[in-house]
Design a protein around this ligand. Structure first.
Ligand code: NAD
Length: 554
C-alpha cells in the first residue's frame, strides 16, 4: 500500500543476487533502503529514520539519484554524498570506499540549531543523526543492547557482575527509556520503572520489555522486594510523576540499589511538572511554554535532589544522557552534578579497551544467517559470559526489524576476529549472502561529544574534535566500504562531531584483507585516543595488544 507521500513502502532486496555491479555497492544500496523500511524507520514517508529528524537522504529526488547511482557504480568508483544528496562520482580504486558521506557539518560559529534549521529550510543540508544518514541503523535492538551493556557495567562495578538481588529505580518508559526494564532483568536484577503516561507502560508490557504493572508505589515495592529476595529478575511499571514518586520513595527509606532516569528531560516541554495532570500536559505546554518550562525545571530539581539523596544513602546513581542534571541546575539546584553521567561512570573503561557497539546485518534477509553468526561469536569468545548471555537472550527475545541484524560490544583484537570469521562463513556458503559489518557512531574513538561520550575526559580534551576526523580518515585508508563524518548526532547541533564506517564481508580474500585492517584500526582509534588522554587502562591495553603509540615509545 502506498505511504503518505504516495510512494510504495521501501524494502531492501533480499537474497544472493546482485542489483548492482558488486557487493560493496549492493550493501550500501540495501542498507540505505533498509533504513527506510517502515519496519525500521520512524517516519519513512519523510525519509526520517530515528532520533527526531535523523534522515537517510535529503529529499526524494536525492534518494532516487543515490539508488540509481549505486546500481551502476563501478568497483573503482566512489560516490560522494553531501548531507543526504549525491553530489559526485569520482574514479578511485578497489581499496577505496564506494561511498563517502558528510552530513550536517557546519563551521563552528554557525553551528546552532536556528542556523541549521534555516539552511535546512533552504534545502542545503539534512540532519543525519548517527546511523540514519550513514545507512547502518538496525532498529531498537541497538538501544536495548547499549542499555544492557550499561547496566552490565554497573553490575561489574558495584555488584560482582550481576544485578541479581538488587533493585534499580528509574523513570521514563518511552522509545528509548523503554529498554531499561528488559536490560535490568537481562542482567538478573529487579527494576521499578515510573512513567506518567499509562500508554508507555502498556506498550512496554505488550512488547515484552516490561513484566508487570503495579497499582501504586506500595505494590511496586512489595513485588520488587519479593523478587529481589528470591534473586528473581522482575520489572515493575508504575504510573506516577517521577518528580513526586522518587522523593516519596526516598522519604520512605525504600531499599534501592541503583537510580537513574530516562524521562525526556532534555526537552522541558516534554517533562511533566508536578501539579499538571498528564492529560493536560500538551495543552498546558502549548498555552504557556515559558511558564511550563520553569515548572518542569523546578520539578526536575526535586527529582534530581531525591536522586542525590539516594546517592547519599549509598545507592549507585547516574545520569543516562537526558540532561536532567543540567535542567535541575538551571532551576537553581546546586548539587545537580553530584552524580556522574553514564559514560565517565561505566562506559569509558570499555572505550579504553576499544570496546563499542559492533553490529552486522545479513544481506540475504534470512534470519538463519544471523543465527549462524551468533553461534560463531559464541564460539570465538567462550570466556565472555556477559556477551554469551546477551547473544543468547537476543536470539530469543529480539524481534528483527528489516534485514536481520545483530549487535554486541567487542573490543580491540576481537572485532577483526569476528569480521574475518563472518567473511569465512560467506566464503564457505555457511551463510547465504554477504554480511555487512558496521557500528554506531557512539564508539570509543569516533566521537567528540562533551555532554556524552567525551564528558569529563581525564586531560580536559572533551571538545577536541580531531579524533573523529582521524578515525574517518584511517577507515578510508584501511579499506572500509563506506565512511561518514557527521555533526550534531545524539546531543544536537553544536554539541558533537562523529564518524562511522561500514565494511562488507563478501567472502573474497580482498574483503578479508580490508576487514582485518578496518576492524583493527577502527577500535584502535579508541585505544590511542584514551592513551593520549592519560587513561592507564588504555595504556595497558595498547601495551598488551601491540597498539603503537609513538609518544609512549621511548
Ligand atoms: P520519549 O519521549 O519516547 O519517552 C519519555 C517518557 O518519559 C515518556 O513515556 C513520558 O511519559 C515520560 N515522562 C515525562 N515526564 C515524566 C515525569 N515527570 N514522570 C514520569 N515520566 C515522565 O523519550 P526516549 O526516546 O525514551 O528518551 C528519553 C530520554 O533519554 C531523552 O532525553 C533522550 O535524549 C535520552 N536518551 C539518552 C540516551 C543516551 O545517552 N545513551 C539513550 C537514549 C535516550
Amino acid at each position: 500500500m502506498a505511504q503518505g507521500n504516495g510512494r510504495e513502502p521501501i524494502r531492501a532486496p533480499r537474497g544472493a543476487g546482485l542489483n548492482s555491479r558488486g557487493w560493496q555497492q549492493e550493501a550500501a544500496l540495501r542498507m540505505l533502503m533498509n533504513n527506510l523500511d517502515p519496519e525500521v524507520a520512524e517516519h519513512p514517508d519523510k525519509l526520517v529514520v530515528y532520533g527526531g529528524t535523523g534522515k537517510a537522504a535529503r529529499d526524494w529526488p536525492s534518494y532516487d539519484a543515490i539508488v540509481r547511482t549505486l546500481a551502476t557504480l563501478g568497483g573503482d568508483e566512489t560516490l560522494l554524498v553531501q548531507s543526504g544528496r549525491p553530489v559526485g562520482v569520482m574514479t578511485t580504486h578497489e581499496w577505496a570506499p564506494r561511498v563517502l558521506i558528510a552530513n550536517s557539518n557546519l563551521v563552528g560559529d554557525w553551528a546552532t540549531w536556528p542556523e541549521f534549521r534555516r539552511l535546512e529550510q533552504l534545502g542545503l543540508t539534512m540532519y543525519g543523526q548517527m546511523t540514519a544518514g550513514s545507512w547502518i541503523y538496525i532498529g531498537t535492538q541497538g538501544i536495548l543492547q547499549g542499555t544492557y551493556e550499561t547496566f552490565g557495567a554497573v553490575a561489574a562495578k558495584r555488584f560482582g557482575g550481576s544485578l541479581a538481588g538488587t533493585i534499580t529505580l528509574t523513570a521514563g518508559l518511552g522509545g528509548m527509556g523503554g529498554a531499561q526494564p528488559l536490560a535490568v532483568t537481562m542482567n538478573g536484577g529487579v527494576a521499578i520503572c515510573v512513567d506518567c503516561d499509562p500508554r508507555s507502560i502498556d506498550r512496554r508490557i505488550e512488547h515484552r520489555y516490561l513484566d508487570v504493572r503495579a497499582a501504586d508505589l506500595d505494590e511496586a515495592l512489595r513485588l520488587a522486594y519479593e523478587a529481589r529476595d528470591a534473586r528473581r529478575p522482575l520489572s515493575v511499571g508504575v504510573e506516577a510523576n517521577a518528580a513526586e514518586a522518587v522523593p516519596e520513595l526516598l522519604a520512605r527509606g525504600a531499599e534501592i540499589d541503583v537510580v537513574t532516569d530516562q524521562t525526556s528531560a532534555h526537552d522541558p516541554l516534554a517533562y511533566l511538572p508536578i501539579g499538571v495532570a498528564f492529560e493536560d500536559m500538551a495543552a498546558e505546554a502549548r498555552k504557556d511554554p515559558d511558564g511550563f518550562t520553569q515548572r518542569a525545571r523546578e520539578s526536575m530539581a526535586r527529582h534530581v535532589e531525591a536522586m542525590v539523596g539516594f546517592q547519599d544513602a549509598g545507592a549507585e546513581v547516574f545520569d543516562y544522557g537526558n540532561s536532567i542534571r543540567g535542567e535541575a541546575r538551571l532551576a537553581g539546584y546546586s548539587r545537580a552534578f553530584d552524580f556522574p553521567g553514564f559514560v565517565p561512570a561505566y562506559i569509558r573503561p570499555l572505550f579504553c579497551e576499544g570496546k563499542g557497539p559492533f553490529r552486522w546485518a545479513a544481506l540475504s534477509g534470512d534470519p538463519a544467517d544471523i543465527a549462524r553468526t551468533d553461534r560463531a561469536v559464541l564460539d570465538l569468545f567462550p570466556e565472555n559470559e556477559s556477551l554469551a548471555r546477551w547473544i543468547t537472550m537476543a536470539g530469543e527475545r529480539v524481534r528483527f526489524q528489516g534485514l536481520p541484524a545483530r549487535i554486541c560490544w567487542l573490543g580491540y583484537g576481537e572485532r577483526d576476529r569476528a569480521g574475518e570469521r563472518f567473511n569465512d562463513l560467506v566464503a564457505s556458503g555457511e551463510v547465504s549472502a554477504p554480511i555487512v559489518i558496521g557500528r554506531d557512531h557512539l564508539d570509543c574513538g569516533s566521537v567528540a561529544s562533551p555532554y556524552r561520550e567525551t564528558e569529563a575526559m581525564l586531560d580536559g580534551s572533551d571538545a577536541i574534535a580531531d579524533w573523529p576526523l582521524l578515525n574517518a580518515m584511517v577507515n578510508v585508508a584501511s579499506g572500509a566500504s563506506w565512511v561518514s563524518i557527521h555533526h550534531g548526532g545524539g546531543v544536537g547541533i553544536g554539541r558533537s562531531i562523529h564518524a562511522g564506517q561500514v565494511t562488507v564481508a563478501d567472502g573474497t580474500a580482498l574483503a578479508g584483507e580490508k576487514i582485518r585492517r578496518v576492524l583493527t584500526n577502527d577500535p584502535g582509534m579508541g585505544v590511542i585516543r584514551h592513551v593520549d588522554a592519560g587513561y592507564d587502562r588504555a595504556a595497558e591495553v595498547a601495551h598488551e595488544r601491540g597498539v603503537r603509540v609513538p609518544m609512549a615509545e621511548a
